[in-house]
Design a binder for this molecule. Structure first.
Ligand code: HEM
Length: 403
């Protein structure tokens, strides 16, 4: 078995947060599989490079089943080594086939391409009204004014949740989705309780929305979603549905504003918008590393054996999407390049089920913003932007702009 040195990421933490790509290149140059020490978690395994990342994401030996994880991981994530699942329940990103297949099919039945395409005019309306509300003094935090409210409004409408306490929900999901080492058990429990109440009220009063469709959806065997599965599903769709899309919009605005030639090219030809959004996803994807996977038995990736026993494995999507063997000059932002095949939405059976919705929102938000404000600019020095800590998300909570 190849011996793998442990790379201590704590030494690089501040620089790594600001610009992880040089370090990810260095890691990839040393091979596709590494042991690293993460500041928030400690030692884990990480897979880098395009081919190895894809292989790991679709490797059946790397399970998503929470019960396989080591007690150390379960304690870290749930505050309880005996936890069967987190308090908000087991969702698709915590299950393997056949459970995963069943859950995914039920969502696919309710979350159809027609349902998503039909949202176009509503997303446009919400975007227009948010842009109308930009303050007259010409200074605004783009996250507060557009990148946060747009996706959360859309997903709440799709889900038929009009009473969501958005700030509270944002605070809980921020903590739970992107843990940075603090105790997340209180936030997870509060979120779990809140979702329980939501599911109960919806089950008692079925509605004509995605929630109603999920409550009514049955699989081929006539089975539907249990209350706890509905709660977990609500967590995944509401949480994944806003936090990531927020980051896509904010990262997209930042990338375009800091590359004036690319913004000029887009403004000269808005048919480039679809490609621009793909390039943003590749160049500065909202998710740095895919969600945790676990090796129950030893697993071989790109010739390296990862030991079993529940070993935690992260797949560095940001490294895959910046692999020069797949994307020439990968650290250049070029909205005309073919960014197809990037790993921002993952790969394999867990490929993002909301990708079409996220792309639609990203295209509408960016186009409308840049069309409306011809003189928009960053209102902060790029080096002063605070990149979010944590192993999962790549983005920031604030993006001051002027227009
Ligand atoms: C730009 C925005 C988004 C990005 C970058 C993104 C990224 C991802 C990634 C990387 C995964 C796979 C994680 C893994 O394999 O560990 C994933 C899964 C998932 N995403 Fe997204 N996502 C986005 C938006 C959305 C939206 C808007 C929704 C729903 C409304 C959504 C729902 C899901 C679901 C349900 C899964 C789990 C699929 C499964 O396990 O089969 N995502 N997403």
């Amino acid at each position: 078995m190849t011996t793998i040195d442990v790379v201590d990421l704590r030494e690089h933490s501040a620089d790594f947060l600001v610009d992880p790509y040089p370090f990810l290149h260095e890691l990839r140059a040393g091979g596709p599989v590494h042991r690293v020490i993460l500041p928030e978690f400690g030692e884990t395994w990480v897979v880098v490079g395009y081919a190895a990342a894809k292989a790991a994401l679709s490797h059946p030996g790397l399970t998503k089943d929470w019960r396989t994880a080591t007690p150390r991981w379960r304690t870290w994530f749930a505050g309880d080594a005996d936890a069967e699942s987190p308090s908000f329940g087991k969702h698709m990103l915590m299950t393997d086939p056949p459970d995963h297949t069943r859950l995914r099919k039920l969502v696919a039945k309710a979350f159809t391409p027609q349902r998503i395409a039909a949202l176009t005019s509503r997303i446009e309306e919400i975007t227009d009204s948010l842009l109308d509300d930009f303050p007259a003094d010409g200074h605004v935090d783009l996250v507060d004014a557009l990148a946060f409210p747009l996706p959360i409004s859309v997903i709440c409408e799709v889900f038929g949740v009009d009473s969501l306490d958005r700030d509270k929900f944002r605070e809980w999901t921020n903590k739970v989705v992107n843990p940075v080492g603090e105790d997340i058990s209180t936030a997870a429990r509060e979120l779990g309780d809140y979702l329980n109440d939501l599911v109960e009220s919806k089950r008692n009063r079925p509605t004509d929305d995605l929630f109603g469709a999920l409550i009514g959806a049955t699989d081929d065997a006539g089975g539907g979603l249990s209350a706890s599965e509905l709660r977990a599903m609500a967590f995944l769709l509401l949480g994944a549905g806003h936090e990531t899309t927020l980051t896509l919009i904010a990262n997209g605005v930042f990338a375009l504003l800091s590359h004036p030639d690319q913004l000029a090219a887009l403004r000269a030809d808005y048919t480039l918008i679809d490609n621009a959004v793909e390039e943003i996803l590749r160049y500065e994807g909202p998710i740095k590393n895919a969600t945790w996977r676990f090796a129950g038995d030893p697993v071989e990736i790109a010739g390296v054996t990862i030991p079993g026993g529940g070993t935690e494995v992260l797949v560095a999507l940001a490294s895959g999407s910046h692999d020069p063997s797949r994307y020439p000059e990968p650290d250049n932002f070029d909205i005309r390049r073919d960014a197809g095949g990037h790993l921002a939405f993952g790969h394999g059976i867990h490929f993002c089920q909301g990708a079409a919705l996220a792309r639609l929102e990203g295209r509408i938000a960016l186009r409308k913003l840049f069309e409306r404000f011809p003189d928009i600019a960053l209102d902060i020095l790029p080096e002063k932007l605070a990149w979010r800590p944590g192993y999962l998300m790549r983005g920031f909570d604030r993006l001051p702009i002027r227009f």
